[in-house]
Design a protein around this ligand. Sequence first.
Ligand code: 5GP
Length: 249
Amino acid sequence: MNRGRREFSVPGERPADGPVLSIRMKQRISIHRYKKFANGRCDCLEKEKGLLIVLSGPSGVGKGTVRKEIFSNPERNLVYSISATSRPKRPGEVDGVDYFFKTREQFEEMIERGELLEYTEYVGNYYGTPLEYVKKTLEEGKDVFLEIEVEGAKQVREKFPDGIFIFLIPPSLKELEKRIKNRGTESDETIKNRMKVAKEELKMMGLYDYVVENDEVKEACRKIKAIIEAEHCRRFRIQNKLEKLLGGC
Ligand code: 5GP
């Protein structure tokens, strides 16, 4: 029995359809040949890239509050990707801090120029994630945090299957409605629309890797940070370090 293979082969090493090799086998062939064997699909020998973290959840669940709390004391390597939107600024919001506020025409030009990683129309307004910033920041090895709704998250999943998808849920629907009303920035009609959309969004939680209840903001943040930390320890993400470590054995 080859215990080494059993212990060190990498089942499900992403991308999933790449060959599964034991560390020992990899040691026997050169890095160059391994990459060729992997048909260029495995980047685990490249420099470590940052993680893409996607936080979604129904309207009013408190994604914004949770995100602000996380970034009030951010982890060293975690940055927030500011979205673009065509929705009007709310009181207190700042362009370039809360959103990049655009007209519908400007937003549509961004779509046409392929400048968005994902975008959607949500309750009558466009929202989208600028692509270049995300790409550049991940390449630099930093983690990028997106706070987006479910349609956008689905698009991101297709482009970044290695992303970490977290869904925030409310303690109850009643509590959710209360939170939307308490915000006091929306008309009755918009609140009704947001509740309708929120119920549909809740049904999409199956697309996510993790579900976190937002009963208490600090506790939800603690869990999200713990998820990110645990994801950094996933073996396939630190394969290059393991290669070096085992190369010296
Ligand atoms: P709000 O108008 O309350 O700021 O945001 C409305 C919804 O749009 C929220 O669910 C928020 O997470 C989502 N959202 C914010 N930015 C983006 C984005 O860049 N892309 C997508 N798809 N949704 C976003």
